[in-house]
Ligand binder design. Structure first.
Ligand code: HOZ
Length: 423
């Protein structure tokens, strides 16, 4: 496979951009390969600058659930752009998008549009603190909630991949307000509430952890979080940056039948454009300025082009009634292919259109069990897939995303490449 242009661009980019990339995992460091510089994408395929075609299972880390360059979304973007790129003033589109989000996720009674998942989480946490008058936040080892200071404590995603789960540059004072529990371990959360219950503003969780690889919640775990937070007057925040509109039209809230107090959304709510949102119970969101004292603002918040893409995306999702069953069918098919080809050398976690193959025979239920994976084996598998035209996240600790654009032929080819791999 030719990778000459990617290699050149990467070398040049390293002189101006740390690691040559604008987000660490993209450097392919964990898999020791040259990152692909992407030229364009369409449907299920992504094309690099050397002219290679790949079946893409990164899907821009989630939002391309309908595939790339969906005509309705592209047209919405073009039309909105022709009317002006940014106003720093309210538009009707923001209201339409907020109403659509509420229809699909009723728990989002009131919401703010922001620019990314990181911003959504940072703001939701501030609201939780402002509303409760408390400082402490509980997060889970290996869960990733963007790169704001307080969330880079035992963080997942690129933070595990690059071996800095506790980032440099985070003042100890910030980190001290973040308590860390073990995903899927009720006693670890109960213990924190026993010790600090009256000081905990919120528990934030990825309802399906997808940044230590995919780790679904054990039965009853999310219910326990709901029950404990309610009992102690703390808020429950679902970080649905990955699960929102992906697991079900109403995300994990609908899938698991749980109503958190606040929800955070990222990329997918903007149809793949830079947009995020946070929101939830009206009473809690009353804390946000100018109605309340919690300050959060931004010229690009609710940007008209991103909002137009979000509206187009959510309308499409609403119109495709069998989308989620069909994504689940494809998820099961790939999971089965991995299990039958790799046997008990791997553990495959799959839920709907999210999947991870862990190179360990033990069950993966939390951060520590995910860390038992054989990273050399992962790297070999990644290279095999890449060299055969299958584009996967370059880290053991990320998800494989399936989209509606993945055709039967794409799946057949993917299964063929999987079965030709030997460790
Ligand atoms: N941390 C992101 C995935 N969970 C990676 C984002 C990117 O590189 O675009």
């Amino acid at each position: 496979m030719i990778e000459q242009k990617s290699a050149q661009l990467w070398e040049q980019s390293k002189t101006r951009i740390p690691g040559g990339v604008n987000s660490p995992v993209r450097a392919f460091r964990a898999v020791n390969r040259i990152p692909r510089f992407i030229q364009r994408a369409a449907g299920s395929k992504i094309y690099d600058v050397d002219g290679n075609e790949y079946i893409d299972y990164v899907c821009s880390w989630g939002p391309s659930i309908l595939g790339h360059a969906v005509p309705e979304i592209v047209t919405a973007v073009q039309e909105a752009a022709a009317d002006g790129l940014t106003f720093g003033a309210p538009t009707e589109k923001e209201l339409i998008l907020a109403q659509l989000v509420h229809e699909m996720m009723p728990v989002m009674e009131v919401m703010r549009l922001v620019n990314s998942g990181t911003e959504a989480v940072m703001s939701a946490i501030r609201v939780a603190r402002g509303y409760t008058g408390r400082d402490l936040i509980v997060k889970f080892e290996g869960c990733y909630h963007g790169h704001s200071d307080g969330m880079l404590v035992k963080a997942g995603s690129g933070a595990i991949t690059t071996a800095v789960p506790d980032s440099g540059g985070v003042p100890e004072g910030y980190a001290r307000n973040t308590l860390v529990a073990v995903y899927n371990d009720p006693s670890s959360v109960e213990e924190l509430f026993k010790l600090h219950g009256e000081r905990i503003a919120a528990v934030i969780v990825e309802p399906v952890a997808a940044n230590m690889g995919v780790v679904p919640p054990a039965p009853g775990f999310l219910q326990l979080l709901r029950e404990l937070t309610s009992r102690h007057g703390s808020l429950l925040i679902f970080d649905e940056v990955i699960t929102g509109f992906r697991l079900a039209p109403g995300g994990a809230c609908e899938y698991f039948g749980i109503e958190p107090d606040l929800v955070t959304l990222g990329k997918i709510v903007g149809g793949g454009m830079p947009l995020g949102a946070y929101g939830g119970r009206r009473e809690v969101m009353k804390s946000v300025s100018p109605d309340g004292t919690v300050y959060q603002a931004g010229t690009l918040a609710g940007n008209p082009v991103a909002t137009a893409a979000g509206i187009a995306m959510l309308r499409l999702l609403q119109s495709r009634k069998s989308l989620y069953e069909s994504l689940q069918r494809r998820g099961l098919k790939l999971a089965e292919a991995f299990r039958s080809s790799f046997g008990d050398r791997v553990t495959v976690n799959q839920i709907g259109s999210l999947l991870s193959v862990f190179f360990t025979s033990d069950p993966v239920t939390d951060y520590r069990s995910a860390l038992k994976s054989d990273l050399k084996a992962f790297s070999k598998y990644f290279s095999h897939m890449l060299d055969h035209g299958i584009y996967l996240a370059p880290s053991q600790f990320e998800a494989l995303f399936i989209s509606d654009a993945h055709s039967d032929e794409d799946l057949r080819r993917t299964c063929e490449v999987i079965s030709s791999f030997s460790l």
